[in-house]
Design a binder for this molecule. Sequence first.
Ligand SMILES: Nc1ncnc2c1ncn2[C@@H]1O[C@H](COP(=O)(O)OP(=O)(O)OP(=O)(O)O)[C@@H](O)[C@H]1O
Ligand SMILES: [Mg+2]
Length: 298
Amino acid sequence: MDPDELVPAGARATSPGAALAPARGDAEQRARDASEDGRARRAGLGMRLEQLRAFYGDAEALRGIDLDFHANEVTAIIGPSGCGKSTLVRCINRMHEEIPGARAEGSVLLQGLDVYGPGIDVVAVRRAIGMVFQKPNPFPTMSVFDNVASGLRLSGQGRRERSRAALSEKVELALRSAGLWDEVSDRLAEPGASLSGGQQQRLCIARSLAVDPEVILMDEPCSALDPIATLRIEELIDELKRSVTIVIVTHNMQQAARVADRTAFMLDGRLVEAGPTREIFTNPSDPRTEDYVTGKFG
Ligand SMILES: Nc1ncnc2c1ncn2[C@@H]1O[C@H](COP(=O)(O)OP(=O)(O)OP(=O)(O)O)[C@@H](O)[C@H]1O
Ligand SMILES: [Mg+2]
C-alpha cells in the first residue's frame, strides 16, 4: 500500500503522502531479495512517533514518546507491567481510541504521513498496520480459509477479488507467508479453533498478512505458546521482516535478544532509551535499563 491510500481519494488534493518517497535503499533491496522466493510483495515502511501521549480518561498512560521504527527491522518494546507497551502499540494503529474514554495526542508518522492527520481513513490505517494479539484470536467457528479471507472481506478487498480462485490464491499466499500452509492445506474447511495454539497464532498472522500490511504490531505474541511454537513464531518474524516492519512487545528478554534489531525500553509511560538490541542489553546508557535487562526489577 502506498501511504497515499490512507487518505480517501476525495481528500487527496493536498495529500501529504505525495511528497513522501524517501529512498528505501537496503530495505528495497531486501524486498527484491524476498520476492525472489515468491513470498514478499514489497518492503515495509518506517515509522516515527512524535510526542505521542495517551490517556484513559484523565489518567495519562503515555507521556510523550518519541521513537523511530526502521523499515524492515524488528523493534522490541520492553518494560515492566503497566508501563504502557500495549497502549503504545494500540495507539500506532489507532485502536486505542476504540476504548471508551481513551484518546491520544501527538503523531504517528508512517513513512512521513501522520495517521492522526486530518482526512485519514482509519480502516486503511488498520490495514496498513496490522496487529497480532497475546492470545491467538481466530474466529473459532469460522473455517481456516475464511479466517484468512475475512481480513480481505472486512477491509473491502474481498469484493475486488474477481473470483473464488483469486481469493484462494491470496489465502494460500498468506498461509505460506505465515509458515502454516503445509500444515493446513488439507484442513482449510476445518474451524479455526481446531488448530493448535501455535497454529492459531500463525493463522492470525496469516489473517493480518492477507491484506498486505506495511507494519505488523505483535503484543506478546508468544506468551500463550510452548517453547517449540514460540521458536516457530520467532523464525517466522525473521522471515517476515523482509516484507514488513515489525514491532513486538515482549516480557522475554531472550526473545528480544533473539529477534529484535532494535529494542526500546519503557518505564511509567515514558521511553527510557532505544537503540540496537545488543547495545541495550550489553551497554545501555541509562542505569534503569541495565537494572531491568539484568532482572533487578520488573
Ligand atoms: N482499558 C483501560 N482502561 C483504563 N486504564 C487502562 C486500560 N488499559 C490500560 N490501562 C492503564 O494504562 C497503563 C498502561 O497499561 P498497558 O496495558 O499499556 O501496560 P503494559 O506495559 O502493556 O503492561 P503489561 O506488560 O502488563 O501488558 C496502566 O496503568 C494500565 O492500568
Ligand atoms: Mg500489555
